[in-house]
Design a protein around this ligand. Structure first.
Ligand SMILES: [Zn+2]
Length: 302
């Protein structure tokens, strides 16, 4: 008899599950009815999981953030094998003599070789971009191809941090061409792919092209970017996430990590919000800081 009841319960449970989504949070406090309402009505979807309420979603997000911060510490920076000077030499942009004097000057002044080469008029920005492209094994963008404004739903904070800018963005073709100035930041490419679902392809551009294209960049309609600069405790993170999700009536969420940022995208019926939780500054970022224009960071007030 006991067996019969058990199998009956299992059957009912199964048909219930096939008709209704069950909250993805294992510790969900809501009653069975509350956490199993038809998923089309309420709740937030994150990948394959669905959460019955903002509270459950925020708690799950908190766990996701701590997993990301652990993964971030294990990341190894990638450096090209050939120095920029050797590439410039091999491409015939510099003579041995010119390279030697530029290297000596760079050691004397403590400035980067590339800066010295530009100051001495020994190299153009485009030659340096072409040399970086060789270093990294990616193409350099032809001048004629940058002239279109791009509607971007990618956080400007990330673009400025890694000196990268969208040159071409096709939502229908699911393809994004990103121009980098200093180095190709793989974590940016990966996170953009995870969040937007587009294939992100890198190429190299000059600092001038970067600035010009950043000016052409327009914010996609109904898109908001928020940067949380404070280091939050897990409880504060959950509270902040819950607040943002409520604000835009989020129905979907996705996560990615990009160097020392945790990037969360919340999508509601009418609005999309990207929230960046900032970690500690890394070496790369300090190097790129000269490229940071006046930030439009919003501080999260506790
Ligand atoms: Zn729940």
């Amino acid at each position: 008899m006991k067996l019969l009841i058990d199998s009956l319960i299992a059957k009912v449970d199964q048909s219930w599950k096939s008709m209704h989504a069950v909250c993805g949070l294992r510790t969900c406090q809501n009653t069975l009815i509350m956490r199993s309402v038809p998923e089309s009505r309420v709740g937030i979807r994150m990948g394959k999981l669905w959460y019955c309420s903002i509270d459950c979603f925020a708690n799950a997000a908190r766990a996701r953030f701590s997993a990301l911060s652990v993964a971030r510490t294990a990341e190894m920076p990638h450096s090209p094998r050939l120095s920029i000077g050797l590439v410039m030499l091999s491409k015939g942009y510099l003579s041995n003599e010119q390279l030697r004097s530029a290297v000596a000057q760079s050691q004397l002044s403590g400035e980067e070789l590339e800066v010295v080469l530009l100051q001495l008029g020994l190299a153009s920005e485009w030659q340096l971009a072409a040399a970086r492209a060789v270093q990294w094994g990616y193409p350099v963008l032809g001048r004629d191809r940058i002239s279109q404004s791009v509607d971007a739903d990618i956080p400007v904070t990330l673009l400025r941090t890694f000196s990268a800018v969208p040159l071409h963005y096709s939502a229908t073709a699911k393809r994004l061409l990103l121009g980098f100035v200093h180095r190709v930041e793989n974590s940016l490419l990966h996170s953009v792919e995870q969040i937007t679902g587009c294939t992100a392809e890198p190429c190299f551009i000059t600092p001038t092209e970067f600035r010009e294209q950043m000016e052409r960049l327009t914010t996609a309609p109904n898109y908001t970017e928020v940067v949380v600069e404070d280091a939050l405790t897990p409880a504060q993170t959950a509270k902040a996430v819950g607040g943002f999700a409520l604000e835009i009536r989020a129905r979907e969420a996705s996560f990615a990590s990009c160097r020392n940022y945790a990037w969360m995208r919340l999508s509601g019926k009418r609005r999309t919000m990207d929230v960046l939780f900032q970690g500690r500054n890394t070496e790369v970022e300090r190097k790129n800081e000269t490229f940071l224009a006046s930030g439009q960071h919003i501080r999260y007030l506790r």
